[in-house]
Design a protein around this ligand. Structure first.
Ligand SMILES: NC(=O)c1ccc[n+]([C@@H]2O[C@H](COP(=O)([O-])OP(=O)(O)OC[C@H]3O[C@@H](n4cnc5c(N)ncnc54)[C@H](O)[C@@H]3O)[C@@H](O)[C@H]2O)c1
Ligand SMILES: O=C(O)CC[C@@H](O)C(=O)O
Length: 388
C-alpha cells in the first residue's frame, strides 16, 4: 500500500483519483508522497520513505528543491492549472485600482441605515470616480501560463499591451496574441505603461526586480500589480512610491505588514488560485503526477529532475529507475552491472537537467537484491527504485 500525506487541504476531486492501492499517512514521515500548496517546507526533515512532493500550484519557492534532489525526492508542480483563476483576479485588480470601488462599497456600508442613502449617494459618488482601462497601456512582465492569459484578455478590454519575457517558451509564444507589442527590455515597458503586472517565479534572479530604480523609470500615476510573490517587489520602495504619490496604486495578492493602511495599496489575501476550478485542476494534476511516478517511474512536470516518460510499465517486466548526478560514466556503470548479471535491457531512457539526471531501464529479468545494492552503491547515485 502506498501512502500520501497532505500538508494543505487538497481538493477532494483530486484525492478521489487515488486508487485502492493508496491510503493516507497520518504523518509525513510515513508518506511515499506529500501533496502541498503554500505550506513552507524549508525547515522540514524528509524521511527516506519520501519519494515525491507534488505542489498543487505553480510557485515552488516554499520547497527546498536542491535538498530534495540530493535526497532523491522528485518535486512536481502543476503548470498552468490555476492560471485562469489568477488571470481573472488580475483583471479584477486592475478594475479595483482604476476606480475606487472598494471606497464606494465601504461608504454604502457605513450609510446603510440612512433612509436617504440613494439621494446622498448621487452627491457623494464623485469622490469614488476613476478612469477606464480602454486605451491604457498595460505592461506584462513574464509571459508564461498567467502572463499570456492576462496579456491576451487585456487586448479585448481595449488595452494596448506590451510583453517582456527574455525566456519565453515556444508554447507560450504560440498562444500570445499578435496584438501584443514585444518589449525588448523591461525598461522600455516601465517607461511606456500605465499598468504594470509581474508574472515571473520568485528566484534569486527575480527578487526585488521592481525596486527603487525600476519605479523611478515608470510614468507618474502608474498602477503596479503583483500576483506572483511578495519578494519580487521591494516593499520599502513601493511604500515610498505610494506615499510620495509617484504611483497611483499597488495591487498585490501578498499581505505584508508594511502595506497596512498605506493609501493606494489594495491588498488581497493570496486568493489568486482560490477558485473551485483552479483548486480542482491543481489537485487532479498533482495526484496524476504522483501516481504515474510511484507506479511507472514516469516524471512529468518536475521542477528539480528532468521529465522522462517510458509509458505504463508492462506486466511481467521490472522497471529500474535511478535518480543520479549528471556526470560522466554513469550509464556505463549501470549497464555494466546488468551485463555482469546476464540481464538483458528491453528499453532504456536517460534524461538530464542541470546537475541531475534520471535513468529508466525495463527488463524481463528478475532484479536481485544484490544488483539493487550494487546500483545504490555507485558514486553519484541518489536513489534506486525497482518497480516490479
Ligand atoms: N497568486 C497566486 O495565487 C498565484 C497562483 C499561481 C502562480 N502564482 C505565481 O505566479 C508565478 C508565475 O506563474 P505562471 O503559472 O505564469 O508560471 P510560468 O512558469 O508559466 O511563467 C513564468 C514566466 O516567467 C518568465 N520569466 C522568468 N524570469 C523572468 C525575468 N527575469 N523576466 C521576465 N520574465 C521572466 C519565464 O520565462 C516564464 O515564461 C508563479 O511562479 C507563482 O509564483 C501565484
Ligand atoms: O495554493 C494556493 O492557494 C496558491 C498557489 C499559488 O501561489 C501558486 O503559486 O500556484
Amino acid at each position: 500500500m502506498l501512502k500520501y500525506h497532505c500538508l494543505n487541504p487538497i481538493a477532494e476531486v483530486g484525492l478521489e483519483r487515488f486508487t485502492e492501492n493508496y491510503t493516507t499517512a497520518e504523518n509525513e514521515a510515513d508518506a511515499d508522497a506529500i501533496l502541498v500548496r503554500s505550506a513552507g517546507m524549508h525547515e522540514m526533515e524528509f524521511s527516506s520513505q519520501l519519494k515525491a512532493i507534488a505542489r498543487a500550484g505553480a510557485g515552488v519557492n516554499n520547497i527546498p528543491l536542491d535538498k530534495c534532489a540530493e535526497q532523491g525526492i522528485v518535486v512536481f508542480n502543476t503548470p498552468g492549472a490555476n492560471a485562469n483563476g489568477v488571470k481573472e483576479l488580475v483583471i479584477a485588480g486592475m478594475l479595483l485600482a482604476a476606480r475606487d470601488i472598494v471606497g464606494g462599497i465601504h461608504w454604502v456600508e457605513e450609510n446603510e441605515e440612512d433612509g436617504d442613502i440613494a439621494k446622498k449617494a448621487e452627491k457623494q459618488k464623485k469622490q469614488f470616480a476613476g478612469t477606464e482601462l480602454d486605451g491604457k497601456k498595460l505592461g506584462v512582465i513574464g509571459l508564461g501560463a498567467i502572463g499570456v492569459r492576462v496579456a491576451n484578455v487585456a487586448t479585448h478590454l481595449g488595452m494596448d499591451v506590451y510583453g517582456y519575457d527574455p525566456y519565453v517558451s515556444v508554447d507560450a509564444a504560440w498562444k500570445l496574441s499578435r496584438n501584443i507589442h514585444h518589449a525588448k527590455t523591461v525598461d522600455e515597458l516601465y517607461k511606456e505603461c500605465d499598468y504594470i503586472t509581474i508574472h515571473v517565479p520568485a528566484m534569486e534572479s527575480t527578487k526585488n526586480m521592481i525596486d527603487k530604480d525600476a519605479l523611478s523609470l515608470m510614468k507618474e500615476n502608474v498602477v503596479v500589480l503583483n500576483f506572483s510573490r511578495d519578494v519580487l517587489v521591494n516593499s520599502e520602495a513601493i511604500v515610498d512610491a505610494l506615499v510620495a504619490g509617484k504611483i497611483r496604486g499597488y495591487v498585490t495578492d501578498f499581505p505584508i505588514p508594511e502595506l497596512a493602511g498605506v493609501k493606494g495599496a489594495i491588498v488581497i489575501p493570496h486568493l489568486g488560485a482560490s477558485t473551485e476550478e483552479s483548486e480542482d485542476n491543481c489537485a487532479k494534476m498533482a495526484v496524476d503526477e504522483v501516481m504515474d511516478f510511484l507506479e511507472n517511474g514516469n516524471i512529468q512536470h518536475s521542477v528539480n529532475y528532468p521529465d522522462c516518460n517510458m509509458g505504463v510499465k508492462s506486466k511481467g517486466c521490472s522497471r529500474i529507475t535511478i535518480l543520479h548526478r549528471n556526470q560522466p560514466k554513469m550509464l556505463g556503470q549501470f549497464t555494466g552491472l546488468l551485463a555482469e548479471q546476464d540481464i538483458n535491457i528491453d528499453i532504456m531512457s536517460n534524461k538530464s537537467r542541470n546537475e541531475y539526471a534520471y535513468t529508466m531501464i525495463d527488463t524481463e529479468a528478475e532484479v536481485s537484491d544484490d544488483l539493487y545494492q550494487k546500483l545504490c552503491g555507485i558514486d553519484g547515485v541518489l536513489r534506486v527504485r525497482v518497480i516490479a
